[in-house]
Write a protein that binds this ligand. Sequence first.
Ligand code: HEM
Ligand SMILES: *[C@@H]1O[C@H](CO)[C@@H](O)[C@H](O)[C@H]1NC(C)=O
Ligand SMILES: *[C@@H]1O[C@H](CO)[C@@H](O)[C@H](O)[C@H]1NC(C)=O
Length: 502
Amino acid sequence: MGLLTSSFSFQLPALGSVSPVYGVGLLILSTLLLAKVLSSLFFRSSRNKLPPKVWTFPLIGGVRKFMKGPIKMIREEYPRLGSVFTMKVLNRNITFLLGPEESVHFFKAPESEMSQQEVYQYNVPTFGPGVVFDVDYSVRMEQFRFFSESLRVSSLKGYVEHMVLEAKSFFSKWGDEGVVDLKSELEHLIILTASRCLLGREVRDQLFKNVSDLFHDLDNGMQPISVLFPYLPIPAHKRRDEARKQLADIFAKIIKNRRDSGKRETDMLQAFIDSKYRASGRYLEDHEITGLLIAALFAGQHTSSITSVWTGAYLMKNKQFLEPVLNEQREVMSRHGDKLDYDILGEMDVLYRAIKEALRLHPPLILLLRYSHKDFMVKTREGNEYRVPKGHVVATSPAFANRLPHIYRDPDTYDPDRFTPGREEDKAAGAFSYVSFGGGRHGCLGEPFAYMQIKTIWSHLFQNYELELLSPFPEIDWDAMVVGVKGKVMVRYKKRSLKTEQ
Ligand code: HEM
Ligand SMILES: *[C@@H]1O[C@H](CO)[C@@H](O)[C@H](O)[C@H]1NC(C)=O
Ligand SMILES: *[C@@H]1O[C@H](CO)[C@@H](O)[C@H](O)[C@H]1NC(C)=O
């Protein structure tokens, strides 16, 4: 589950009242209507024009339309209503801002105008108390600072060493040739790596099974229904709460041991142990460290493994884009042999664009949400100006925006060259043309980590194996909370040495 989002992540307080039209006399009704029409004709001012509405059944509002899948709904409504429109879901107005110009305010507005806390509340029982969406913005800001400090380049270099070792040891178990489900293999490798880089050596070496089982329960405790009712007493939620408790116990012991022994490690756990709140000067409490580590794992794990799978699938299918990737690996090997580290991975631009393009077509977080605390104006690409009232949930969609044809040529086609100097379609319409990692005030803090992780995997695989996709090209699993690949992705591999082939 992403730290933040899902296909329909927003909090819906109790059902609102539905206005009874019945019993109102026809005459009064038509008079009212006439008055409304007239006033809208004569006093039409853009400062008061609300975005067009998606037609929905009264009562349950857009629930049905929304449950069929937000992307399907957006694809249907966009041609009719344009790039900004409102949809009623239960008692909530959700306003969609679809496109790089339209979503500027979404990404850049200060927290006092556009906030995350309300719409991402459902994460609280998973992450635990005292962290992220359970705390005030001032504290949350400091916690985001802990994340970004733990992920800065100096630390990242150490994490990459772990990534490389994990990948080598993982694939060494493959043998010379065989057939695997790439999806489950990469999921597994990424949780091993995340354990090592984020949760630390103790978990990776001694408690991997315990902790990954507990994370599994946390993960399963995040169901679509949990978004609406995070505390509903269902078995999945009970297991989630139990797992959360046990994780806290495990981490409390590990943290105590580290503090007592004075031994230091290169991992996110260590970074959090060493971090201090500026406002109070205090160190983080154990339960806060546990919560932030859980949040990091939720933000980074499925997102990265999904992106790895898509990248591999596209390259195996499109030989014209695989060849340049392999050539780049050959060049890199001619300089560095089979060594991989932060700087060497940084030289792999072709591989980078191949990943970025897979992620453009398949952002795992398909919908990003905020809660609007203040009216704001938005101008659409079609030239309309609307006022979005406070109290609306505001949504933008990487999955939709990343495929807009006025930004991306042949938007549904896999073409990593669209990012090359000269084309740079991802910058065509400003900073928010490419939003797989969000952007602006709350852009992903783990982006460099994610690229390092995925590059490590594919660099190692391409340098050492010939790969063939046996399954049909994968379909999108729209029903998942973090949208990924449906079914298995069977791949045949055969050991080879890239260098000697040339
Ligand atoms: C391919 C992998 C990844 C994708 C596609 C991704 C995507 C995103 C997106 C779209 C957001 C913005 C959410 C919003 O605006 O509501 C975000 C935020 C965030 N991501 Fe990632 N992410 C990835 C990997 C990671 C990793 C590996 C980590 C940490 C190790 C991470 C940590 C975070 C954090 C802490 C935030 C919150 C930033 C904030 O709200 O200020 N992400 N990510
Ligand atoms: C949703 O918008 C309508 C006007 O279009 C308004 O009457 C209603 O109060 C709004 N509901 C909420 C919860 O903001
Ligand atoms: C880890 O799991 C093993 C076996 O399932 C169990 O014996 C052990 O007590 C667990 N350790 C912790 C710290 O929970």
